[in-house]
Design a protein around this ligand. Structure first.
Ligand code: SF4
Ligand code: SF4
Length: 140
């Protein structure tokens, strides 16, 4: 998965997209909130009042146009999104599916993964098996 993620990171320009910065309600650590508040010349209390509800409100206040105004110091969760290069990919499939709807890197990497593991063949086999089970169930 890591190789596929890196392949599409090289092919897709995040500066043309910025979807994750627009639509995700991210949870930043306290120091990360301070970094963004400082970049906006706001006190942390003022910043939290304006921009933090459960996670940070969307779009992220550090986003300027399509660019992150604190890019070099951006939070870890932003650096690793869509998290395809983190361990235990298989145990995070709900999150992966969410990412596919938002992120073209995630979408393309996952489509290529499906082709590699011959997903359509498994799906066809599973559909046949399910029909067989339903038919057997009706007979019984
Ligand atoms: S959604 Fe994906 S492609 Fe778009 S900016 Fe975020 S990481 Fe980059
Ligand atoms: S801190 Fe930067 S990279 Fe992270 S969500 Fe905000 S604008 Fe995007």
């Amino acid at each position: 998965m890591k190789a596929l993620s890196q392949k599409y990171f090289a092919l897709i320009d995040c500066q043309e997209c910025a979807n994750c910065c627009r639509v995700l309600e991210l949870e930043f650590t306290e120091p990360e909130l301070h970094t963004i508040a400082n970049s906006m010349e706001q006190s942390i209390d003022e910043f939290k009042k304006r921009f933090v509800v459960q996670g940070i409100v969307k779009p992220c206040p550090a986003l300027k146009g399509n660019l992150c105004s604190i890019y070099e110091g951006r939070p870890d969760v932003c650096r690793s999104y869509p998290h395809f290069e983190k361990p235990h990919f298989i145990f995070r499939l709900y999150g992966v599916l969410d990412s596919i709807a938002i992120c073209p890197i995630a979408f393309n990497a996952f489509e290529e993964l499906k082709a590699k593991v011959k997903w359509s063949q498994y799906r066809a086999r599973w559909s046949n098996r399910r029909r067989q089970i339903e038919t057997e169930g009706n007979v019984a």
